[in-house]
Design a protein around this ligand. Structure first.
Ligand code: DGL
Length: 271
């Protein structure tokens, strides 16, 4: 066992979305402590350029490093799509993004080899999922589409009913032809809308949740490197945000599936 194994796992996202990844992570690894940072002052990342999202991601990582984390989970699809190489180059701890685990799970699930991907405009434009999927299954086909309206719907808690259904029907039309057999939920917010997405994507399409696949990847990595927390370690789950902790706690509870008692506001401009 490594001497730093009792240290927490660092997790960041542009806001509340990464809490779906944190939820999967704490379910998969209940003995691990975590420190979560939601960059609520600068959300959304999904509509910003790769250069700007990379700059924000490096700041987030620097802050989490000051909290002594042993591993970093980039719990945001957009940041994983554009900032992973820069984060890996700057940090001396393992960095896990959500794209590779999600793509691997999709390739395992797809029988016919035609995989659909939905995400933010930044994630889809980067081509990160498309490249990962094509790398894992050369010759397979990928159909990708940005679905930006799913993010505010999930944050508003509009998870069912006419509005999300019509939005999903419109976005998911290209996936209904019967060719695509597996659809990757390539955005942290989409698991909340999985019921309506599954219905509108058409029967027979399997949904892949990157959050679950990422939690499995983190568990495997910690085990392989002898970094799993000792059972005796004290458990701590801390939350930090860069703006409006009250809204983070309120909306975030829905994403996390349990109440968030305290989120501390920090200023990372000068970290
Ligand atoms: N967390 C982002 C993602 O998974 C969605 C929200 C945003 O655009 O910042 O891509």
């Amino acid at each position: 066992m490594r001497p730093d194994s009792h240290r927490p796992i660092g997790v960041f996202d542009s806001g509340v979305g990464g809490l779906t990844v944190l939820k999967a992570l704490t379910r998969r690894l209940p003995a691990e402590s975590t420190v979560y940072l939601g960059d609520t002052a600068r959300v959304p990342y999904g509509t910003k350029s790769g250069a700007v999202v990379t700059r924000y991601s490096l700041k987030n990582a620097e802050f989490l490093r000051t909290e002594g984390v042993k591993l970093l989970v980039v719990a945001c699809n957009t940041a994983s799509a554009v900032a992973l190489p820069a984060l890996r180059a700057h940090l001396d701890i393992p960095v896990v993004g959500v794209i590779e685990p999600g793509a691997e799970a999709a390739v395992r699930a797809s029988r016919g080899g035609v995989v659909g991907v939905i995400g933010t405009p930044g994630t889809i434009r980067s081509g990160a999922y498309q490249q990962a999927l094509e790398g894992l299954r050369p010759g397979g086909r990928v159909l990708a589409r940005a679905c930006p309206l799913f993010v505010p719907l999930a944050e508003e808690g509009w998870l069912g009913g006419d509005v999300p259904r019509l939005v999903a029907r419109e976005y998911l039309a290209p996936f209904r032809g019967g060719e695509v057999d597996t659809l990757v939920l390539g955005c942290t917010h989409y698991p909340l809308l999985s019921e309506v997405i599954a219905e509108e994507a058409g029967s027979g399409i399997r949904l892949v949740d990157s959050a679950e696949a990422t939690a499995d990847a983190v568990a495997q990595l910690l085990e392989a490197q002898g970094m799993l927390a000792p059972v005796s370690a004290e458990l701590r789950h801390a939350f930090f945000v860069t703006d409006v902790p009250e809204r983070f706690a309120e909306v975030g509870a829905r994403f996390l599936g349990r109440p968030i008692e305290r989120a501390e506001q920090i200023d990372i401009t000068y970290v």
